[in-house]
Design a protein around this ligand. Structure first.
Ligand code: AMP
Ligand code: MG
Length: 521
């Protein structure tokens, strides 16, 4: 196994003079050197062939090479790896939290892929770092499976995301109190190797800004522009303004992707917002089933519901405001930052019209179409209708066939009373939609294809992940591999895999890990 490394982040940005995991405040530095803590018995549980290919590795090498599990558990280093933990801060649930940093993630290096890609490889759950505060630096199997699978599922859905290379069991136990209610128990531990061009976050800039460290602020901007926005590097004030505007645009597109497929991130703190507009830090996320814009899967956020499904665009904008404030010392006046924030609004507007057009199978999303979509959202909520099943069936129905009525949607209802309430208005809505489609420049086949590619058949429903977790906790990782296989083609109907395209079963309604998740991971 050979991987080429070029650790520009370490080379170009100031580091902490002290190395090792002693917990400390780290000033004037973007990173600290710290080695992963070896684990008792690394065992490769799953790997993503597509992610491996980005590094020039093939699936056969991975499964045949005993070094692979050791390296990606943190028990051995390849030549060129120089492990570090990154320093950053963030707003958590609306409050400034000061220095946070990688408390359990350790980056191994920046790999150069055969296609010219730069991939920071990062182990999550690799042991203590200077940023671990009171915690153990480890991750449990259940949350590692969820991060591994969802990273790849999002990629295949076409939504910008960090990637996952591997899932390795540690052979060690980790103690967690899943609902912070005084019932800690030992659980199996795991390490995920995730990949992104860079894992820098909004909080990476917020921390030096909060300390008045403009030199580090500048250095981080220079690094990210040079390696990740190369067309903007060295263009001075104009390049800086365009960089911030692009971060705003990418963030808008990312959130529009989430809204299209019903993804709720769950913890949109500014330390969990990628500077590249990638979905990052999969924790207590969830997928909307019975349609509800007020839903959040995160019990830690159940009170304020700050990060509920429907407010994700507003939260993203609030987070960008915090980033703008942090970047202010790099700019001469606020106009360029305001212009960047305005680009969020413009990008969101375009992305949302595109979302509506795609989900409804129309050429463009006009103002009328936005109203049509909003009316549908009201009905789906009132009728407690499964979002994924409804839109998939909508795309397969023949608009001319009014006789079929609601039959194609039969499996999408969870509650008979709620269903009865919306049946008549939903029929009216379907007639409006059919009339609108009949009037559209796209022909019926084009409309169906557009909807097929926007409305997935398979999403990583919490209970599907939980089934794979239950099996893996019994020692059988086969469910993870199967689920990954299904999620590789979310828009294709896969024969024999109806289970994965089904509505939430009754058992999952109140099961921990399905309807309730916490930050404990
Ligand atoms: P998160 O909510 O997962 O984004 O984590 C917020 C902060 O807590 C980050 O600085 C994490 O590195 C840190 N953290 C979370 N879990 C652990 C853990 N088990 N050990 C050390 N640090 C952790
Ligand atoms: Mg985080």
């Amino acid at each position: 196994m050979h991987i080429e490394f070029d650790n520009a982040f370490l080379r170009e940005l100031p580091g902490d003079p002290e190395s090792g995991p002693r917990v400390r405040e780290v000033l004037g530095a973007a990173w600290s050197r710290v080695e992963p803590t070896p684990v008792a018995a690394p065992r490769l549980l799953a790997a993503s062939a597509e992610a491996a290919a980005l590094l020039g590795l093939d699936a056969a090498t991975i499964s045949a090479d005993p070094d692979f599990a050791r390296v990606f558990a943190g028990n051995a280093l390849l030549p060129g790896m120089q492990p570090w933990a990154a320093n950053y801060g963030g707003h958590q649930f609306g409050s400034w939290a000061g220095q946070l940093g990688d408390g359990r993630a350790i980056s191994l290096g920046e790999a150069l892929g055969p296609d010219g890609g730069r991939w920071e490889l990062q182990l999550k759950g690799a042991g203590k770092t200077p940023y671990s505060r009171f915690a153990d630096g480890r991750a449990v199997l259940r949350s590692s499976i969820r991060e591994f699978l969802c990273s790849e599922a999002m990629h295949h859905l076409g939504i910008p995301t960090t990637r996952a290379l591997s899932l390795v069991g540690t052979g060690e136990q980790v103690v967690r109190d899943m609902f912070y209610d005084g019932h800690p128990r030992p659980e199996p531990g795991a390490v995920v190797c995730r990949m992104a061009p860079t894992f820098l976050r909004f909080g990476s800039w917020q921390l030096p800004a909060s300390r008045g460290d403009t030199a580090l602020l500048r250095g981080l901007a220079d690094y990210v522009q040079r390696y990740h926005f190369p067309d903007l590097a060295g263009r001075g004030a104009e390049g800086d303004a365009e960089w911030f505007a692009r971060v705003c645009e990418r963030t808008a597109w990312m959130v529009a992707g989430w809204m299209r497929v019903g993804f709720v991130h769950g913890v949109m703190n500014t330390d969990n917002m990628s500077i590249l507009g990638l979905t990052i830090d999969y924790g207590p996320y969830g997928w909307v089933e019975d349609y509800d814009p007020d839903w959040t899967p995160n019990t830690t956020d159940a009170q304020g519901r700050r990060y509920r499904f429907g407010t994700q665009p507003q939260v993203a904008y609030w987070n960008l405001l915090q980033l703008a404030q942090a970047l202010a010392p790099l700019f001469d006046g606020v106009a360029p930052l305001e212009a960047g924030l305005a680009r969020f609004g413009q990008a969101w507007e375009r992305a949302y019209r595109d979302l509506v057009a795609r989900k409804l199978g129309l050429a463009r999303g006009s103002d009328d179409d936005l109203r049509l979509f909003a009316d549908l959202q009201g009905l789906l909520q009132d009728g407690q209708v499964d979002m994924t099943l409804f839109f998939r069936a909508l795309g397969q129905r023949d608009g001319a066939d009014a006789e079929a009525g609601l039959a194609p949607f039969a499996g999408a209802f969870y509650d008979a009373d709620a269903q009865a309430r919306v049946e008549a208005p939903l029929r009216d809505w379907l007639a409006r939609h059919a009339a609108r489609q009949a009037d559209d420049p796209l022909d019926a086949a084009q409309q169906r294809e557009k909807m097929r590619l926007a409305n997935p058949c398979y999403v990583l429903r919490n209970w599907l992940a939980q089934e794979a977790i239950d099996r893996a906790e019994q020692g059988d990782p086969g469910g993870v591999t199967e689920l990954l296989e299904v999620m590789r083609h979310p828009y294709e109907e896969q024969p024999g895999r109806a289970h994965y395209a089904g509505a939430r079963p009754e058992w999952a309604r109140h099961r921990a890990g399905c309807s309730m998740l916490s930050c404990s991971s």
